[in-house]
Design a protein around this ligand. Structure first.
Ligand code: SAM
Length: 294
């Protein structure tokens, strides 16, 4: 990996995750979205002296290289390039029967947003990519340039909660072929009334970029699949903690935790304090839910 990247990802709701997830000091924990390793490191530190260990997985091989460097001095951490949708396969390969805690920290890592060339950010001019798993086939280029207008509009409306979705989809289709993030930003700009662009608190392309990223990485399908099998990967008393950044993600988690007979919610949702948000604005839309295997 030789991409330029200087910032560090700050783990969200770290103390809350540690207090609620790490209940068994000599347990086995899986960080399903290891990213740069912030949560993994803190869990490994808390349980290291008691014989506990962490299995960390991520689909992004570049992010995993950073995690490997950040975690090289932790002998109780093992890292794998894997999708959390295949967790039972990995546990089987490792001959781990059940685990005591599973963490899912959804959304994008700072590396993915800030490193050159990944195509996640509307602030840089790059080829349209947005894949977290660089081996997967669907790219943002394909979504933007080949999806029918109607389908594009539905995605932007549903995943981006963007009220101007139809106008944006039309503008994208009229601007094809769109090769770069900057060209996409311009197509979105052309669709929006000037007053709307001026009045938005966040960048006017945020919602459309989020929607395309969710589609490219099948993020909602992945969470649904995970929620079906995850309780069976846990020992009795084992816990699942999910940090979500999107209302559709949170709704899936909330429903599963409330209706799945294998689980019992441990707390109502937890949000970051004002202090955390002021130190790490990326945390502002985070919601943590934790459930226990009954
Ligand atoms: N908790 C991490 C930390 O403190 O550094 C940050 C995690 S970041 C918000 C989310 C990570 O999930 C990204 O690195 C992304 O590549 C990864 N990811 C997304 N979908 C995944 C999947 N299906 N399986 C495994 N990892 C995935």
């Amino acid at each position: 990996m030789n991409r330029t990247y200087e910032e560090r990802h700050i783990p969200v709701l770290l103390n809350e995750v540690l207090d609620l997830l790490v209940w068994k000091p000599d347990g086995v924990y899986v960080d399903c979205t290891v990213g740069e390793g912030g949560h993994t490191r803190a869990i490994a530190e808390r349980i290291g002296a008691y014989g506990g260990r962490v299995i960390g997985i991520d689909v992004d091989s570049e992010v995993l290289e950073i995690a490997e460097r950040n975690l090289e001095s932790y002998p109780n951490v093992q890292l794998f390039k894997f999708s959390y949708t295949e967790l039972p396969v990995l546990l089987n390969l490792l001959q781990v029967n059940k685990v005591d805690g599973i963490l899912l920290d959804l959304g994008v890592s700072t590396y993915q947003l800030k490193a050159e060339g990944r195509g996640f950010s509307f602030n840089q001019d790059e080829p349209l990519d947005m894949r977290m798993d660089l081996e997967s086939e669907l790219t943002a280029y394909q979504v933007v340039n080949t999806y029918p207008e109607e389908k594009l509009a539905d995605i932007i409306y549903r995943y981006g909660e963007e009220h101007f979705a139809r106008r944006i989809a039309r503008s994208i289709v009229q601007s094809r072929p769109i090769h770069t993030t900057k060209e996409l930003v311009e197509a979105i700009r052309r669709a929006l009334p000037y007053k709307e662009i001026r009045s938005r608190k966040r960048h006017f392309a945020t919602k459309t970029f989020q929607a395309i990223r969710i589609e490219v990485n099948r993020e909602l399908d992945n969470i649904s699949r995970f929620l079906q099998f995850a309780p069976d990967c846990l020992n009795p008393g084992g816990r699942i903690a999910v940090i979500s950044f999107h209302s559709l993600e949170d709704r899936l988690v909330k429903t599963a935790f409330k209706t799945d007979k294998r689980l019992r919610p441990l707390v109502d949702f937890i949000q970051p304090s004002n202090l955390e948000i002021s130190e790490n604005p990326r945390a502002r839309s985070a919601k943590l839910r934790v459930a226990e295997r009954v």
